[in-house]
Write a protein that binds this ligand. Sequence first.
Ligand code: ADP
Ligand code: ASP
Ligand code: MG
Length: 406
Amino acid sequence: MARIVQKFGGTSVADIERIKNAALRAKSEHDAGNEVVVVVSAMSGVTNQLVAYVDQMGGLFDAREYDVVVASGEQSNAGLMALALQALGIQARSWLGWQIAIETDDVHGKARITGIETAELEKRLADGEIAVVPGFQGISPANRVTTLGRGGSDLTAVALAGALKADRCDIYTDVDGIYTTDPRIVSKAQKLDKITYEEMLEMASLGSKVLQTRSVELAMNHKVRVQVRSSFEDSPGTIVVSEDEIVEQQVVSGISQSTDEAKITLLKVADQPGVAAAIFGPLADAAVNVDMIVQNISEDGNTTDLTFTVGMADLEKAVAVLEKNQAEIGVGEIVADSDVVKISVVGVGMRSHAGVAQKMFMTLAEKGINIKVISTSEIKVSVLVAEEYGELAIRALHTAYGLDAD
Ligand code: ADP
Ligand code: ASP
Ligand code: MG
């Protein structure tokens, strides 16, 4: 007997037929004698619609009420899934975040899970009941509904699997596994049998949203065995594993892209001590996350140029903060550009292989693609290029690193 958490994403529970189909997957694990917890997302498109309703209310909104609204898509699907399971003759009930309880902090809209009470769930599971849990939601110390950030149902599933010491956490979605790059963009993308937690964490945070970033982090820290697989086909999926479980490590395992980037260039910045602190301090105070940074060497010893990236959602705020401090810091001109994309190659094999970055630069040069900003870490190289070259860049790199399917 195994204990399994199954999570069904938005497209997998997009209508009643699909909910019934997902229920059959839960039933077959249950019939095999396993204990099953089902985590459901909202029907695909529903969360976006709920967010739009809040926006249409206009103005600054109360984040606590935003959470009440956007958490509701998962709530109705949990009830529908429990009904679908009952119709199959299985004892099942839904458990909302507060009923379990899935405790979080009070950072509404992107709350962190702080604890999960499992005693009652475990008792029910032992009795053969399937627990159906809406993803994406929890309860704050002030007894308010919280949500875990977009894509957060993955996090609910992994956190429950960790707390319940489940043998597996199966993430059912609309692709049959994790690929070398988004298979919807590159048709030659290859499905990976296994990927390391570290690589998946980098890929997710660099734009491969097949798993939510924080869910991968949690899985890594709690050694949760996560498998990404298809709701619609029976093919084996991709397992996220520790590095020692991978026998033959590729140098580059995957390529990610993020269009959620904007570039800000500050021209004629005074070249003197304390300027970087004066620029990035107010941005940090305004909760703007700065990612890639390059500063040019000053040619005349007086002024220099500084370029950095921020998330698209923060662009307006960042520019406003900079304009406010422009004269005081000594910045000549502020130039913003949102037509950029960050392309990253990721692989733990980079630690022991030289030349990965060089291959990336050569490949892009051969295609005539100009690199605007570069950043590296131990297992990734990222470049910022004009958005119009994004797809061309990914395809060329995918071929250059030998990742194309035959
Ligand atoms: P769900 O609604 O089931 O949570 P998501 O849309 O969040 O599904 O994630 C699945 C999608 O992730 C796929 O449809 C695919 O387009 C995208 N994706 C991005 N990068 C990858 C990758 N490297 N491998 C597989 N899918 C990827
Ligand atoms: N429904 C939520 C979203 O669209 C959570 C999820 O599906 O993971 O972001
Ligand atoms: Mg998702």
